[in-house]
Design a protein around this ligand. Structure first.
Ligand SMILES: *[C@@H]1O[C@H](CO)[C@@H](O)[C@H](O)[C@H]1NC(C)=O
Ligand SMILES: *[C@@H]1O[C@H](CO)[C@@H](O)[C@H](O)[C@H]1NC(C)=O
Ligand SMILES: *[C@@H]1O[C@H](CO)[C@@H](O)[C@H](O)[C@H]1NC(C)=O
Ligand SMILES: *[C@@H]1O[C@H](CO)[C@@H](O)[C@H](O)[C@H]1NC(C)=O
Ligand SMILES: *[C@@H]1O[C@H](CO)[C@@H](O)[C@H](O)[C@H]1NC(C)=O
Length: 466
């Protein structure tokens, strides 16, 4: 089997196949209709570079020691094999198109070539204009806006990065077909990551009057201040800066909230079209039946709770390769092992079996059963929102939030963290969060302070110290 690994940047489950009623995503929905869809898959850290290095190496951020953008795991943590490297060493041609690894030092300015890839990774030439002033304002001038529907013919080079990536991926599929080579092709799309820069015709799918505000646009009353993200990234765009929104809590004006949501939907439909073109090409070259297609995002997507860190071992098993061993307790010296177990067993679980298991668990506060759990983490520079709260550099990290997610709840503890020796001090808990997601799906009502949560604490500690 070949592997086509599609990774999308900052995609929420705003897709028809995840139940969104407004979005138009026919191509991804069609893929989903023939796929195993995970509705509770979690990234290990919701920041591009740490997330990607985590799932591409099969190790957690505490093992890659990458929480920001500024170190290369092979020199900073351990010389870990990556998923594409493993396929390459097992006879596959491995190819990277677009944003797969995060560019820059976190992949040694080479997307980890030559270790991970058979040929130098492809980057769309239009990528360099992503944050330039290419968005036409009402005054006719060009700005670097957050909300940025464009006339593609007016763009530098007359194209957009994701269009170029699709074209290159299709070209490579044809080469693989002609040469009859077994391949692992990773295609990384930039959208719908901000800026929301996409062909303006997609706006027509979403009239502004049909766009609602978020179901919970306010700051939750009991949210600990350490948990709040002041979205510095968004504030720096010209259109948002002009709104003079107060730091850190905003709010953004309602009509602008609607415009952001409208453009997010439009950017998802634009992405969906690229995915459709790519999958059509896979069909056209006759490789659909012999290719495993993975579609995932870097910031968190059966009922089973799963983790992106399991992708490496799962794909190895699906492709018939030897599954890399589970990492020992400390694994900095071990080149090939993974911290996420293969989840291939779930592909054979019938819906009834899942229901049965759920029925057996009626106590939402149970702690020590074997239900699937996903772990994630997120660093902060301080207890209160700072300009760098969403993306602190390693040296500025003072607090680490560790989260444990099951079908029933999310439990988070924010604990003291020392960036010099990478140690988290669980005796120094700064704040906590507990949400029962069945009754509070948007996680607006933090009940940490009104609940005895000792057994949750023991459980997360048991996992992290194992
Ligand atoms: C790291 O691993 C790669 C292959 O996995 C190997 O070629 C390279 O020599 C190793 N580097 C070091 C410093 O051990
Ligand atoms: C990183 O890239 C540089 C320049 O290409 C190269 O000399 C160096 O060996 C690479 N680092 C590792 C660990 O492979
Ligand atoms: C917008 O909403 C109206 C009223 O609900 C509906 O009839 C129309 O189809 C919607 N338009 C789009 C493009 O979804
Ligand atoms: C921006 O808002 C602050 C108060 O939040 C106000 O003092 C200031 O005058 C405003 N600036 C502009 C340019 O509107
Ligand atoms: C792919 O598999 C399906 C179902 O097994 C079959 O109907 C179809 O003809 C196959 N297509 C190709 C191109 O082999």
């Amino acid at each position: 089997m070949n592997v086509l690994f599609i990774v999308v940047d900052d995609l929420r489950p705003v897709l028809g196949c995840y139940g969104d009623k407004l979005v138009k995503s026919p191509n991804i929905d069609q893929l989903a209709s023939q796929s195993f869809v995970f509705s509770n898959a979690y990234a290990q850290q919701a920041v591009c570079a740490p997330s990607r290095v985590s799932f591409l190496t099969g190790r957690r951020p505490d093992t890659t020691r990458l929480y920001d953008f500024y170190s290369y795991w092979r020199v900073h943590a351990g010389n870990y094999s990556t998923m594409p490297q493993y396929f390459k060493e097992n006879g596959y041609v491995t190819l990277s198109v677009g944003k797969v690894f995060h560019p820059g030092v976190s992949s040694n300015y080479s997307d980890d070539y030559p270790y991970s890839w058979s040929i130098p990774p492809f980057h769309p030439s239009a990528e360099k204009y992503e944050n330039d002033k290419t968005c036409r304002g009402k005054d006719g001038k060009l700005y670097a806006n957050l909300v940025c529907p464009v006339d593609v013919t007016e763009m530098p080079s007359g194209t957009l990065p994701d269009i170029q990536s699709t074209e290159e991926a299709i070209r490579l599929l044809n080469v693989m077909k002609t040469n009859k080579q077994k391949f692992f092709l990773a295609v990384g799309y930039h959208k719908p990551h901000i800026p929301l820069r996409y062909p303006q015709e997609f706006l027509k799918l979403y009239p502004l009057e049909n766009i609602t505000l978020a179901p919970d646009p306010w700051v939750p009353e009991k949210l600990p201040s350490v948990a709040y993200n002041p979205w510095t990234d968004i504030r720096q765009r010209d259109d948002v800066e002009a709104l003079n929104v107060s730091f850190p809590y905003g709010p953004l004006p309602d009509d602008f909230q609607r415009q952001i949501r409208q453009s997010y939907y439009a950017a998802v439909s634009y992405l969906d079209m690229q995915v459709g073109l790519l999958l059509n090409a896979l069909d056209d070259v006759g490789l659909s039946n012999s290719t495993i297609v993975v579609f995932t995002a870097d910031h968190g997507l059966s009922e089973k709770v799963v983790e992106l860190v399991s992708l490496f071992s799962t794909l190895a098993e699906l492709a018939g390769l030897q599954v890399p061993p589970v990492c020992p307790k400390t694994s900095f010296h071990v080149a090939l092992c993974t911290e996420g177990a293969s989840i291939v067993q779930y592909f054979n679980t019938s819906e009834e079996k899942v229901e049965e298991e759920k029925d057996g668990c009626d106590d939402p506060y149970r702690c020590f059963n074997e239900e699937p759990v996903a772990f994630s983490q997120y660093p902060r520079p301080a207890d209160t929102p700072q300009w760098n709260s969403d993306k602190p550099k390693l040296k500025d990290i003072r607090i680490m939030g560790y989260s444990m997610r099951t079908i029933d709840y999310r439990y988070t503890v924010w604990v003291q963290f020392n960036p010099n020796n990478f140690s988290a001090n669980f005796e120094d808990v700064h704040a906590g969060e507990l949400y029962m997601v069945e009754t509070d799906p948007n996680q607006d009502y933090n009940i940490y302070n009104n609940t005895s949560h000792g057994c949750f604490f023991k459980k997360i500690l048991g996992f992290l110290k194992r």
